[in-house]
Design a protein around this ligand. Structure first.
Ligand SMILES: *[C@@H]1O[C@H](CO)[C@@H](O)[C@H](O)[C@H]1NC(C)=O
Ligand SMILES: *[C@@H]1O[C@H](CO)[C@@H](O)[C@H](O)[C@H]1NC(C)=O
Ligand SMILES: *[C@@H]1O[C@H](CO)[C@@H](O)[C@H](O)[C@H]1NC(C)=O
Ligand SMILES: *[C@@H]1O[C@H](CO)[C@@H](O)[C@H](O)[C@H]1NC(C)=O
Ligand SMILES: *[C@@H]1O[C@H](CO)[C@@H](O)[C@H](O)[C@H]1NC(C)=O
Length: 488
């Protein structure tokens, strides 16, 4: 049954929840043997995520809540602990990044047996997209389908109690001031000095995920016992203690819970409904306009279109990853050359000269259109495939929300080309590989220097011979963390 926060709170929410559950979602009550605590002041819109119109749009990207026995087995082995509640508000960047850090929060909550307040997302600065740390937080419906998340957790991990908002606990213990924890720091042997310097701290952290994720729950409880001296209210109060999980991008090794868990876990985060509906329109309009015969419901559309991610946006140029000696320079010239050469060489592997290009950089898309045309490719984009009200709806979305449409369309491309230093591209290739298991997954080719001689060498020497589903270009040394820790 429900985690009881205090008699007062549980009475208030208990009766409210009973009423709302009867009214709106009786099935939830039946499916889940604990009530979800609905606060009185949250509008229903954040749970439904439905677009403004009453017309139900077609949605080829929809799927039911996740009911996974692999996840259930991991959750069943957890000792749930009502005195601990985690928050997960340090989620910044684009969909690839945010998705991974939220999934990690859920995994850490399971490991500790803690409850979780619905994660929040940091909203990127709309006038300068390279500024991701804005301190402006919004709820997870910004990118995801919150209802689907709640339902999937209820079905696949019934022990994990979700709470809508930290504000609901204003007066309880340290809810106003959760204890901050960088989860992947537990168990790391830090040098005695210099750790207040963020760079030194980052250097001491594991680079490609934690060594022993299965020990994390134990490490957490040891850490928690130790901080009792520093936070004297621990152990003296009733009700939960709140712990704020700091950003944990690329930390939990995804295979540590087995293959089935690793492929199903990411599906608890379904993208928001209005983006799904726009992506459906893009794919259907593309099929109609360019006359490809594939069934748009298939996970990958064979012989239909090439998908390309042009990762030249200002945030990629300005906020270079730090472990980057060996990285692919994210310039337009280099990416275009690699992509077009590769596609031309592999032209016969997809019976289509249509290229769907995704980029948050319209000027470079226009250049790509021209450069590709010379080599007999037809380039299209989401903007080119939407009209009128749909286009207006797309334009009303923020930069990161618009990227969701590209993410879904690219997921269906016959073949996908991207860069190896993009979380977006890795999340995408992971999903694509999982959705079609009989094809080879991702191949990494390395490129070192941003000059034509080097590019040629790479294109000739390293392009794969077999028809891989995904092709990423980048430096080999950088990909270990993505491969190990990015949930598909
Ligand atoms: C957003 O970017 C603009 C333009 O660079 C800047 O003036 C503004 O202060 C930024 N706002 C935040 C919250 O970072
Ligand atoms: C919950 O975790 C706390 C902190 O580690 C511990 O003191 C307590 O015994 C745990 N309770 C249960 C029921 O496991
Ligand atoms: C390629 O596409 C053309 C035109 O859509 C079609 O006539 C042809 O049969 C296709 N070939 C293969 C090998 O799928
Ligand atoms: C493009 O197509 C034209 C006409 O079929 C052909 O003459 C030209 O060689 C092609 N160019 C490339 C780069 O394939
Ligand atoms: C997968 O890769 C192997 C080894 O490179 C190759 O032999 C095989 O043909 C590939 N399969 C597909 C479906 O591309």
């Amino acid at each position: 049954m429900a985690t009881r926060l205090s008699p007062r709170i549980s009475r208030r929410y208990g009766s409210l929840a009973a009423f709302l559950l009867l009214l709106f979602s009786v099935w939830l009550w039946v499916a889940v043997d604990r009530p979800y605590n609905f606060p009185s002041h949250i509008g229903w819109n954040i749970y439904s995520n439905s677009p403004q119109s009453d017309v139900v749009s077609e949605d080829i990207f929809d799927y039911p809540p996740v009911h996974s026995s692999a996840i259930k087995a991991v959750c069943a082995a957890t000792q749930w602990n009502e005195s601990l509640v985690f928050t997960c508000d340090d989620n910044v960047g684009g969909i690839g990044h945010v998705r991974n850090s939220i999934l990690n929060c859920v995994r850490f909550s399971i490991a500790a047996g803690a409850g979780l307040v619905l994660p929040r997302i940091s909203v990127r600065n709309d006038s300068d997209i390279s500024i991701i740390h804005t301190g402006s937080l919004t709820n997870m419906a910004y990118l995801f389908d919150t209802r689907h998340f709640i339902d999937s957790i209820s079905l696949s991990c019934p022990g994990l109690t979700l709470y809508p908002e930290l504000d609901d606990f204003k007066k309880i213990n340290n809810a106003n001031n959760p204890i901050r924890l960088s989860p992947q720091a537990l168990g790391v042997k830090f040098p005695k000095t210099g750790m207040e310097d963020p760079k030194k701290f980052a250097t001491a952290m594991p680079k490609a995920g934690m060594d022993k994720p299965e020990k994390w729950g134990e490490l957490f409880h040891e850490w928690y016992a130790d901080i009792g001296e520093q936070y004297q209210f621990i152990g003296t109060t009733k009700g939960p203690i709140f712990i704020a999980l700091l950003r944990s991008y690329l930390t939990w090794p995804i295979l540590s819970d087995g293959q089935a868990f690793s492929t199903q876990f990411g599906k608890i985060l379904k993208l928001r409904a209005d983006a799904r509906s726009l992506a459906t329109k893009v794919v259907k309009n593309m099929a109609e306009k360019h006359k490809f015969a594939a069934n748009v419901h298939a996970p990958i559309l064979e012989n239909s279109f090439w998908g390309v991610h042009l990762r030249t946006e200002s945030d990629a140029l300005e906020s270079l990853p730090e472990v980057s000696k060996d990285r692919l320079y994210p310039t337009y010239a280099m990416q275009t050359k690699l992509y077009l050469d590769f596609m031309t060489q592999e032209r016969n592997s997809v019976n289509s000269s249509l290229v769907y290009v995704a980029s948050g950089d319209p000027a470079q898309v226009a250049n790509f259109w021209k450069d590709a045309k010379v080599m007999n490719w037809t380039v299209t984009t989401k903007v080119g495939l939407l009209r009128g009200k749909d286009l207006a709806e797309l334009n009303d979305l923020t930069w990161d929300q618009q990227a969701l449409v590209d993410f879904m369309v690219l997921a269906k491309a016959s073949r996908f080309l991207g860069v190896g230093h993009s979380g977006f591209d890795w999340a995408l290739t992971g999903r694509r590989t999982v959705s079609l298991s009989n094809k080879n997954g991702t191949k990494i080719d390395s490129a070192r220097k941003d000059d034509n001689k080097e590019i040629k060498k790479v294109a000739v020497a390293e392009v794969g011979e077999s028809a891989f589903l995904n092709q990423l270009f980048g430096a080999k040394g950088e990909v270990k963390a993505y491969k190990t820790c990015l949930w598909p």
